[in-house]
Design a protein around this ligand. Sequence first.
Ligand code: FAD
Length: 376
Amino acid sequence: MDFGDSPEEADFRRRLRDWLRDNNPGLPASSTSDAYWAGQAPWHQALYDAGFFGMSWPKDIGGQGLPSVYEVIVDAELARAGAPPRPSLGYLVVGIGHHASDDVKQRFLPGLVNGRDRWCQGFSEPDAGSDLASLRTRAELDGDEYVITGHKVWTSYSDAADWCLLLARTDPDVPKHRGLSAFAVPMRQPGIEQRPLKMINGVTREFGEVLFDGARVPAANMIGQPGEGWRLAMTVVSHEREPGELGYVARYSKVVSELGRQVKADPGKFGPEQVRDLGWAMIEAEMLRLHVSRRLSDRMDGISHGPEGSVDKLLMTAVEQAVGHAALSVGGTPHGDGDDMWLKVYLYSRAQSVMGGTSQIQRNLVASRILGLPAS
Ligand SMILES: Cc1cc2nc3c(=O)[nH]c(=O)nc-3n(C[C@H](O)[C@H](O)[C@H](O)COP(=O)(O)OP(=O)(O)OC[C@H]3O[C@@H](n4cnc5c(N)ncnc54)[C@H](O)[C@@H]3O)c2cc1C
């Protein structure tokens, strides 16, 4: 594939570059503060309103129906400008888009894409993370509504969410994978309590636990058919594992560029080990950028990937943790009341081997579904 810009792509790149000059919100390099999360909704809406978000999604849900290469251009320009990455919700759009009826898609996807409706993903529970099919949250039919009872945890953005893509058990009498259904649940109602969880890097607003005690959702808000929840969950997590969907490439490039500027500004301050750590992180970030470009190129050729998402997730984890290590090595830890942003970048990077499915689970999937090895 030729990665050079066509005239239309070059024009788009120029417009985005100009726009970013005046509209970069100057948020931190990573999830290091509550301000970063508070800034997500306005950033999403500003990008969308200016025509720089949802480039490759269908027009009828608010996307622009353009080839995926436009997403690559957006990521590259955001990284170049030191702007935050594009909001990562492609996996929700794909999950709902693949499984929902046309009516449900039209009701929910435009607000998700344009950023006016905030969403969270209610899959994990205290006793069901890696073994998601064991989840115990129940949804019981009562007239034309389902009544929900249960406990979700590690639910990112739950404090700010208007809607939850919830996975719940609708049939306890069939094998566990087949008894799950998915719903679009309105978060602001009696019967839902959101409790924030403080992260090791001090962020208090990124995620929480959500308790459902008699919350109600119209049966018409089911995504797909009864019992289709497991298949929807697999669609969601396989896309959640693709770095191209998440726009993280821009985030990693932004961090390593900022660290690179620090080293260039005062080279004598840094020893060979620090320079080596940064060099390695830069190579890893560039490797991921090229890998994502290759995946998008495959997609444009009509090649879709399945379990390879696990390989991508493992690569992305290695990159995020190399970048986090460089942040700590070069940026250092503060003394007294000094700025601890780089320490927070490092701490957040540790979560990448857990969120969206742990590294051990990805290796199990690579072993069984790609290499064809027997289950142990
Ligand atoms: C920052 C962050 C954001 C998140 N956001 C969300 C969200 O928005 N929505 C949501 O639903 N969830 C979210 N999660 C939860 C995440 O999906 C789970 O933490 C993850 O799936 C692991 O589940 P668990 O925490 O229950 O760990 P467990 O499943 O209990 O695993 C504990 C350990 O045992 C290992 N293990 C478990 N089973 C196996 C096995 N079969 N073979 C080998 N090793 C195994 C795991 O790898 C891990 O090391 C988030 C997590 C993080 C860290």
